[in-house]
Structures are given as structure tokens and as C-alpha cells.
Design a protein around this ligand. Structure first.
Ligand code: ADE
Length: 242
């Protein structure tokens, strides 16, 4: 089974409209939709917004379903001029930009007393997704910075570390926490985001306006990926770690 996540209902609706033989399961207010997409067994769920919600939902789903892979789709803000609104950003790796322990002499994003800082996506999933040709816009691979903040120009002024220290390409609020949970559980993952804004003064308006187009792009990408995943061998697809 492949788990497909989006932060909000509006980010998973397109998937739900295409699921065949859907079965609904419930967990603490989160509906889990199991069914077939492109002939593959999938489970679609909302993760909730932010690092904590998305981490706890992801851990629960891994424990319950032992997925072959987790794919997270949704929106992100661009941190680079060449990554445009409407483009697709595939996370080559992800980092928690608001995890800061300078007092412990640790670099930003480092999970203290662990090896986790920049968490790479599954290389096979990333390579497969890089072959996707979207209806509009370009596909980029890059670094996604995740934090419990919606970034607009005010934060961009104070958060120069996003592009300088962390060399981020996109910013959002769930990817690195899902990546951390998947990494600890050794479940292959991919985070694929459609760029909705430039993390500036128009970010909130662009975000709302862009949701329907982003959801269609996410669906197109996942439909492209699923048959290819079925033919590929993913690393670390054994489920839970010891
Ligand atoms: N998701 C989409 N745009 C975002 C932004 N500017 N900041 C955080 N998360 C986002």
C-alpha cells in the first residue's frame, strides 16, 4: 500500500474523487480513505497542518498500515526567483528550519543528539517523480524547509537563514516532520509540492487562490508515479525499524 497525504481536506479532495472501491476508516477525527488508484492499493488521509499534527498522523498510519511508501503533496512557498508559482518542487531533502539549538553549539535544523538534519527523500521515488511532465510549469528538485510558521515578507526579513544558512528552495509546514517520522521508521517517502506563492506579502491570498490548481497537479503527479512505483524497488520498504 502507498499512503498519500495532504495537510488539508482541500488538498486531498481530488484524490478522493478518483478512488475506486473506497473504504472509509476513522481515527480521532481523521478520515482514512482506502481504495484503488491507477490499479494500486492506496490510503489517502489528511495529515493536519504543522509539524506536530503531521508527525503524529504519519506515525499512526505507518503503525496501522505498514505502507510501502508515503507520498506527501500540497503547496509550498518559493524561496528562489527561478522557482515560479505553479511549478512543482520535489524535495531532494528536508529540514526543520525552526529547530534551533545554537546554545548547544548545534547547527540550525539539527535534531539534538541525533543524526537527523537534512533528511533525504527516497532516491528511487525522487528519480521517478523527476520524469513527471506537469500540465503547466516546471519541475525542480531542491531543499524544503519546514516550520510551524506561514512565511510572508515579515518572516523573510528576519529569517535570512532560510536561504543563506539552510540553502532552502521552498518553505512549508509539514514536510520535514513527515520525513523525520518516515526516516525513523525506514519507510521510503517523497514530498512533492506545488508552488503557490513567493513567501511574500501576497502569500496568503495566493495560497487560497492556488489550492484547486495545486490539487490537480498533485493528482497528476501521483497518477504518474503509482504505476512506476509498482515496477520499481524502493529502498527501506520493510516497514518499521527494530
Ligand atoms: N505553504 C505554502 N506557502 C507557504 C508559506 N509561504 N509559508 C509556509 N507554508 C506555506
Amino acid at each position: 500500500m502507498i499512503i498519500i497525504l495532504g495537510a488539508m481536506d482541500s488538498e486531498i479532495e481530488e484524490f478522493l474523487s478518483r478512488l475506486s472501491s473506497p473504504q472509509r476508516h476513522q481515527w480521532n477525527g481523521f478520515a482514512q480513505h482506502r481504495g484503488q488508484l491507477e490499479g494500486q492499493d492506496v490510503l489517502v488521509s489528511k495529515s493536519g497542518v504543522g509539524k506536530v499534527m503531521s508527525a503524529l498522523v504519519t506515525q499512526h498510519l505507518i503503525d496501522r498500515w505498514h505502507p510501502q511508501a508515503v507520498i506527501f503533496t500540497g503547496l509550498a512557498g518559493s524561496l528562489r526567483p527561478h522557482i515560479d508559482i505553479g511549478d512543482t518542487l520535489l524535495a531532494a531533502d528536508l529540514v526543520q528550519h525552526d529547530l534551533e539549538s545554537a546554545g548547544l553549539q548545534l547547527p540550525r535544523g539539527q535534531v539534538p543528539y541525533s543524526d537527523y538534519r537534512f533528511m533525504p527523500a527516497d532516491p528511487v521515488l525522487l528519480e521517478l517523480a523527476a520524469g513527471f511532465v506537469p500540465a503547466t510549469g516546471k519541475v525542480h528538485r531542491g531543499r524544503i524547509c519546514t516550520g510551524d510558521q506561514f512565511i510572508t515578507c515579515r518572516e523573510m526579513d528576519s529569517h535570512a537563514y532560510l536561504t543563506e544558512e539552510l540553502e532552502g528552495d521552498g518553505v512549508e509546514m509539514e514536510g520535514a516532520s513527515v520525513a523525520l517520522v518516515c526516516s525513523v521508521n525506514r519507510v521510503p517517502f517523497l514530498v512533492a509540492r506545488t508552488i503557490s506563492d513567493r513567501a511574500d506579502g501576497s502569500a496568503a491570498d495566493n495560497f487560497e487562490a492556488f489550492l484547486p490548481r495545486a490539487s490537480r497537479n498533485s493528482l497528476d503527479l501521483v497518477r504518474f508515479l503509482l504505476p512506476r512505483i509498482a515496477r520499481a524497488e524502493l529502498r527501506g520498504a520493510q516497514g518499521s525499524a527494530e
